[in-house]
Design a protein around this ligand. Sequence first.
Ligand SMILES: [Zn+2]
Length: 219
Amino acid sequence: MERLDDLVAYIAEIVVQELQGTPGAPGGECTIPVEVSNRHCHLTRETFEVLYGKGKELTLLRELSQRGEFAAQETVTLVGPNMRSIEGVRILGPFRKFDQVELSFTDGFYLGMDLPVRLSGDVAGSAPITIVGPKGSVTLKEGAIRAMRHLHASPEEAKRLGLRDGEKIAIEVPGPIGVVFQNVTVRVSPNGRLAFHIDTDEANAAGVKRRGLGRIVRG
Ligand SMILES: [Zn+2]
């Protein structure tokens, strides 16, 4: 049912955005899917086994737009240096070679953390955080970031749109409280699928509920 609800919400969002679209805005039609990333973490198998027990595997909840990536049924509790906590934080699979916790600035304020803005994978020197699971807890020396907005694309999609891996572009998400997002990094990979990823703070600023549509605005 969750997937059907997702689809209905997605279609409603597109219809609303089309009806409320900004006439004459530059960049042509809105064809870039916008996806909102809620707070989540990527873990190594080792960290996960401390939290959930030796030999335990991630259980599929639902597949994500990027091929091979999935939301797991398992969640964790995050504890900040001010001893406040956020429960029910989703683990995304598959396991990675490093631990990474992606939070919004709002989450960071709540947990008493100063989050650096980083592209996924760039965790060196990022913020420490404590992760709690049903079987144990781990305090990471680094790994907590606010994910930098980015556009995923396959090599074919990048070619069609004239985009290069690593390039910075601007994407407009139109609407009554529309926003033009600057410094969007293009991430091209064979498993990539066209999707503009923003966090919940950015989504709230632009009035995007769960998904929407945007358009590339160059320069
Ligand atoms: Zn992403």
